[in-house]
Design a protein around this ligand. Sequence first.
Ligand SMILES: [Zn+2]
Length: 257
Amino acid sequence: VPELPDVEGFRRVLEDHAIGERIARVDVLDEGVVHGTSGAAFERRLAGLAITRTERRGKWLLAQTNGPTLLFHFGMTGSLAWSTKDASERFERVRFGIDGGHLAYLDQRKLRGVWLADGDAAIEKTIGRQGPDALRTTGAQLTQLVRGHRGAVKSVLMDQHVLAGLGNMSSDELLWRARVAPSRRANELADGELGALGRAMRSVLRASVRVGRIPTGRTWLTSQRGVRDPHCPRCHNSLRTSRIGGRTSLWCPTCQH
Ligand SMILES: [Zn+2]
């Protein structure tokens, strides 16, 4: 599931291949991912424009052009890839033809997709209200954001209205690093725990953004996801899964309190 580090990776794909380039043609292969306009109008409005700037806001990716801004939200299964092959990839939904190849928006489940927005007000309306971007949030700011909520800390971290960008995997990872159980009430965390959470967030995001995903090396909790009998990479005791905020949390009952 694409979270902040993955979307930052997709932003780099745009930067590397599309910035300053003209979108020669657009092919909507599946209209189900185009929002607010028809596939034909989407193709017509973007064709011939140049991508001038990219920006990530939480899990949203924005590509500014010399016309409307193109917005991507990757939902549960979306991705953006550069290709120089003519054959379309499995689950390719929109193709943006650029000199030398094309950008492919791929998405199996089509929960979100692509939008066009004219001007800042339309961009804000499409994205909706969301909290500050997690990558640009300091430990002190995180403390302020988290402490005002009574829900489970895991749910608060994943709530895009509070903090934009974290998802199920990154929240689990930083709670595990901070040794805080995911079901703890956010407003009952001690100062030391909030401080540890802030430090964990900064180091997890910094390392993840570098590789465009949450690393799966053996010192990462993520390495145990999907494993039949998951063990804590730190204390080697068994990990537990719990349902929190509608998502499955992986955590260590020995290390996390
Ligand atoms: Zn442990």
